[in-house]
Write a protein that binds this ligand. Structure first.
Ligand code: ADP
Ligand code: AMP
Length: 229
């Protein structure tokens, strides 16, 4: 299955991706994670990306398109993948369609996690990440047991530089102006699935799970009709 997890920063894409991959074993590809690793390693890509990320701006299309092209060419994506944080602009979506189309493939569904700005700001401002193993917490909704230390490995938790309030506001503006129009793009193709992103992680996952189950049933029916079950 090939999925896109869509929604504003802080909607819960990464959180839900980890639930989906636990249940369905689908590979999770986050452009934000790939870029943050490059920043940490101080590679030329990382240095370039940092100048945009720190301001809450998008990294140029050709850079992220190149990253995704390289990533989805890898063997582990043969049976599917879910994209988190990509595409974020119309040219990125078109490039993705072309990449997949040239192999006779397509995106099965775009799951749009709908959350209002006020809730997104609460979620982002409380987000903390383990500096060593990358596990994510929320200081109110999902706090670590031991103050500011990771439950899994004991390392310190930190707040992402771009999760500071002034940058978050810019990221939200960028989302509403440049990324949200993609919903119309996918609605026209008939693969947009909007789900309510409010409530607990489990409640949101329940809604996504129902969408995934119905996609799987549709695929099964299709293959049965083709006599290939
Ligand atoms: P995104 O990947 O869309 O930027 P995250 O998955 O990183 O969002 O979630 C942002 C923050 O909100 C994290 O601290 C996470 O623990 C918290 N969070 C995610 N889903 C929920 C939810 N349903 N209710 C409350 N907090 C949530
Ligand atoms: P995220 O982790 O998805 O919130 O992304 C963090 C930051 O990485 C964004 O604010 C952008 O600066 C950059 N980024 C991630 N994915 C993309 C993308 N598809 N296009 C452009 N910039 C991106």
């Amino acid at each position: 299955m090939r999925l896109i997890l869509f929604g504003p920063p802080g909607a819960g894409k990464g959180t839900q991706a980890s639930q989906i991959s636990q249940k369905y074993g689908i590979i999770h590809i986050s452009t934000g994670d790939i870029l943050r690793t490059a920043v940490k390693e101080g590679t030329p890509l990382g240095n370039l990306a940092k100048s945009y990320m720190d301001k809450g701006e998008l990294v140029p299309d050709e850079v992220v398109i190149g990253i995704i092209k390289e990533r989805i060419r890898k063997e582990d994506t043969r049976n599917g993948f879910m994209l988190d944080g990509f595409p974020r602009t119309i040219p990125q979506a078109e490039a993705l369609d072309n990449m997949l189309g040239s192999e006779g493939l397509k995106i099965d569904a775009v799951i749009s996690i709908e959350v209002e700005d006020e809730e997104v700001i609460k979620r982002i401002s409380g987000r903390r990440v383990c500096e060593k193993c990358g596990v994510m917490y929320h200081i109110i909704y999902d706090p670590p047991k031991n103050n500011e230390l990771c439950d899994r490995c004991g390392a310190r938790l930190f707040q992402r530089d771009d999760d500071k309030e002034e940058v978050v506001r810019r990221r939200l503006q960028v989302y509403r102006n440049q990324t949200e129009p993609l919903k119309e793009y996918y609605k026209k193709i008939g693969i947009l699935q909007s789900i309510d992103g409010t409530g607990t992680v489990e409640q949101v996952f329940g809604r996504i799970d129902r969408v995934l189950q119905s996609l799987i049933e549709k695929k099964d029916d299709f293959f049965k009709e083709q006599g290939r079950d």
